[in-house]
Design a protein around this ligand. Structure first.
Ligand SMILES: [Mn+2]
Length: 321
């Protein structure tokens, strides 16, 4: 990213009347918080802004004011298309239909970002897209009021797991401080976005952790459709089981494979060593960060996917050692 692209982005946003801000499918707190924070902040400058996510806003983030303004498709009259937290265009899922290959501004913090837009604002140093957005808003002189601050702090808190991930920097904390000064309640957000789980999620954990295995420095487990059914867990994700697997001592990496109703298997890696899981995810068409990455394999059985993913993970670890 250069000063020229920052200026270009600012000029483009200034000229916009209706901005669509699109985030990725299977949205996490940074996806929802960044898209909503962007929408709320830009609306105050007199723009019409529609946040877009092809998937529903997860119930856990529905405490954010304005979440109900999310659309699943790109509005036809949007003149500027912005993406947030989406490392590649396919990450926005069916919203791609409304974009037709043309994204004006891509704002992200994934090192694997494919720079698919006309203006690519990608910061590999930011621990969340929300953190980076706060810096951009300062640069663009866009004020952040309480509602936007809550959305953006949600992005920071969730992507850093409450300021605990390896990519959390002094800047992440300083940014959170600014958002707190604008009225975002850190304790409330940590409780609602990170800490609280449904009973069904805890029951799912029980089923998934019972079969967790540690071999060759890899802690892994699987979440089948049946596991979800037996736990009464109806949300699309896996209740963050991979995060808990990383707490097992002596491992280098945690892996969770989740069976999806559309016959795909989604994979999440979390490295607790120097292993670069973004590279590993890329082998399966995914991406992410050095220490946290994901991919999706279409048309595959859970057993087969597990076999392939464990083999690739073992090989990557062997290379490292
Ligand atoms: Mn993120």
């Amino acid at each position: 990213m250069t000063d020229a692209s920052l200026l270009q982005a600012q000029t483009l946003l200034d000229s916009a009347e209706h901005i669509a801000v699109i985030t990725h499918i299977s949205p996490d707190g940074d996806a929802i918080g960044s898209a909503l924070g962007f929408a709320l902040a830009l609306r105050r400058t007199g723009k019409t802004v529609t946040p877009v996510c092809a998937d529903n806003v997860p119930r856990v983030f529905q405490y954010l004011k304005g979440y109900e303004t999310f659309e699943q498709e790109v509005p036809l009259d949007a003149d500027i298309i912005v993406t947030v937290d989406a490392a590649s265009l396919d990450r926005i899922g069916s919203a791609q239909r409304g974009v037709q290959g043309r994204v004006h501004i891509n704002i992200d913090h994934h090192i694997s970002n494919t720079n698919y837009a006309e203006i690519n604002l990608v910061s590999g140093e930011a621990a969340s897209t929300a953190e980076y957005l706060v810096a951009l808003f300062e640069q663009f002189d866009i004020p952040i009021k309480t509602k936007a601050a809550r959305a953006l702090l949600t992005g920071i808190v969730t992507d850093t797991q409450g300021f605990r991930t390896g990519n959390t920097t002094a800047k992440s904390l300083a940014t959170a401080q600014k958002l707190m000064e604008r009225g975002a309640d850190l304790h409330e957000i940590t409780e609602l976005a990170l800490h609280r789980k449904s009973l069904a999620a805890v029951r799912l954990w029980g089923n998934v952790f019972k079969k967790a295995t540690v071999e060759d420095g890899i802690a892994w487990s699987t979440v089948s459709l049946l596991d979800k059914q037996n736990s009464g867990y109806t949300a699309p994700g896996s209740g963050d089981v991979v995060q808990i697997l990383t707490t097992i001592e002596g491992i280098d990496v945690a892996v969770v494979l989740v069976e999806k109703p559309d016959k795909t298997v989604s994979i999440s890696w979390r490295a607790t060593s120097a292993l670069n899981v973004s590279d590993l995810a890329a082998q399966f068409g995914g991406g992410g960060h050095k220490a946290a990455a994901g991919a999706r394999i279409p048309n595959i059985k859970l057993d087969k996917a597990t076999e392939l993913v464990l083999a690739a993970t073992r090989a990557a670890l062997a290379d490292l050692r």
